[in-house]
Write a protein that binds this ligand. Structure first.
Ligand code: BG6
Length: 497
């Protein structure tokens, strides 16, 4: 067991990391190469790994141990934020073994069990097993069931399960999936990844306000005019039409990432919270999220789809022209909505959320707009509302917009104070998440209550999309999205920042 002195979550404890086996389903997949191996390597460099570790990578391709090590090496050289150091690479790789495996063949699980046990004995690892399912969603249920039936999850130590999104495709399927998983793993043993929760700036949100009295004194509904959450992307559907054309922005980004950002922003607390309290508060926020009534949906929800346009002076095809997209697809590549959280804290303050593909800029940000009480004041000409700007991606920064007199000392002009983080020193989301899962800390994972309540909120909107009762607004690739999304704020006297 290794000790880590850490205060990352604001919890002053020495976190203990047990020795373990990390069983990775999908070891030759894209996510493993882009994110998982680099994250494990960077944790290793920082000494955030157990003393005794066995990593068993599973995949159908017939790789040897040497092939597998070469794949990991290449992944680190291509994607790690740190340069690979030759002197300790062999020690790192020694923990990794590959096992040729077909997840749908139940008989192969007995062989897998024997292999895991053999490595446990070789590396003196107790029976603590972390299963990471980096696989197609349809495989999650059968794998979990076979892990159970083969006795692999019947360990003398602990067991944990990491699952990627999407967690279901609607309320019904998410409930079904959860029922199946909880036959084998307890809720505390399930770590549902939402990679937005691993982003350092998102993890900062929870602790940004409390130690800053200039912010905490303003953090109430008398001072805040609105909250705006944007996750805009420049990429299009790319090669993922098979998945995306059925999912749309609402399942791909809103049900998970955007609603998690809403929860994390609304998570106000004057005192330090324990992980359990954070979980309960997030659940309470989702319970207070006002459902959007079917009849009022057109007033609060905007869905859009990109059309041909131009980006960086290059022509960009429209969504319907993309490979693999159904002819006449009315899938949403853009989503915006007005939300209300009906608790004492946020009552009456609109939260505007939006996300889309093929927009002008890649940017994930949260803007808190404060009320502008001097708007009508003759002596305060030019004064605009103050903004607190939290940029999550691609830069990580916190900024304030204040009013300062212009050079002629005549009228006010907005001035910006900005603090940017050094990106090179920031851990990747997957490093934070893997480290937490290995420690057994589920604070920054999507708990079932949050997932279920998010689907519940989203479900009537999914139905409206399916029944085509909402207009589908076109927007040109490379622009800021449909005009209807502007109107959503203009009606309330605001604009998007
Ligand atoms: C993923 C979505 O979860 O998040 C993608 O499936 C999207 O469609 C991505 O592009 C955005 O993540 P990030 O970290 O680049 O904002």
């Amino acid at each position: 067991m290794d000790q880590h002195n850490t205060k990352r979550h604001g919890i002053d404890t020495v976190e203990m990391m047990d020795d373990m086996t990390f069983v990775l389903f999908g070891a030759s997949g894209d996510l493993a190469k882009r994110k998982i191996y680099p994250a494990l390597y960077n944790l290793y460099i920082e000494g955030k790994m157990p003393h005794a570790l066995s990593v068993v990578g599973l995949g159908r391709r017939p790789y040897t141990k040497e092939d597998f090590h070469a794949i990991i090496r290449e992944s680190l050289e291509t994607f790690s934020r740190r340069d690979v150091k030759e002197e300790n690479l062999d020690e790192f790789l020694e923990a990794f073994r590959y096992f040729i495996f077909d997840a749908m063949k139940t008989e192969s699980y007995q062989d897998l069990k024997a292999f895991i046990e053999e490595r446990e004995s070789e590396r003196s690892v107790p029976e603590n097993r972390l299963f990471y399912l980096s696989v197609a969603p349809k495989l999650v249920e059968p794998i979990t069931e076979s892990l159970h039936e083969s006795g692999i999850t019947n360990t003398a130590g602990w067991k944990r399960l990491i699952v990627e999104k999407p967690f279901g495709s609607d309320l019904h399927s998410a409930r079904h999936l959860n029922d199946e998983l909880t036959k084998v793993f307890q809720e505390e043993e399930i770590f549902r990844i939402d990679h937005y929760l691993g982003k350092p700036m998102v993890q900062n949100l929870e602790s940004l306000i409390r130690p800053n009295p200039i912010l905490s004194s303003l953090w109430n509904h008398e001072q805040i005019a609105n909250v705006q959450i944007t996750a805009s992307e420049t990429v299009g559907v790319g090669t993922r039409a098979g998945y995306y054309d059925k999912a749309g922005a609402i399942r791909d980004m809103v049900q998970n990432h955007l609603l998690q950002l809403v929860m994390m922003t609304a998570l106000h607390h004057p005192e330090k919270l324990t992980p359990k309290q954070i979980e309960e508060k997030k659940k309470a926020i989702m319970e207070s999220l006002r459902p959007i009534d079917e009849n009022e949906m057109p007033q609060h929800v905007v869905r859009g789809q990109y059309e041909a346009g131009e980006m960086n002076a290059e022509p960009i095809p429209g969504y319907l022209e993309e490979d693999g997209v159904a002819e006449n697809s009315n899938n949403d590549t853009y989503f915006a909505a007005r939300l209300y959280i009906d608790n004492n804290y946020w009552k009456g303050i609109p939260f505007y959320i939006r996300t889309g593909k093929r927009l002008e800029k890649k940017s994930t940000r949260i803007i808190i707009e404060f009320k502008n009480e001097v708007e009508e004041d003759e002596d305060a000409q030019g004064a605009v509302s103050n903004l607190l700007m939290i940029e999550i991606n691609p830069n990580e920064s916190v900024g304030l917009r204040i009013n300062l007199k212009d050079d002629g000392n005549e009228k006010f002009e907005p001035a910006y104070i900005n603090f940017s983080k050094n990106l090179d020193a920031q851990p990747e989301a997957y490093e934070n998440l893997l480290n937490d899962a290995m420690l057994g800390n589920s604070t920054y994972f999507a708990h079932w209550s949050e997932v279920e309540l998010s689907w519940k909120w989203v479900q009537p909107i999914l139905e409206a999309f399916e029944n085509d009762t909402l207009p589908l607004h076109g927007y040109k690739a490379g622009t800021d999205g449909p005009e209807a999304a502007e109107k959503l704020l203009n009606e309330d006297g605001f604009t998007w920042w």
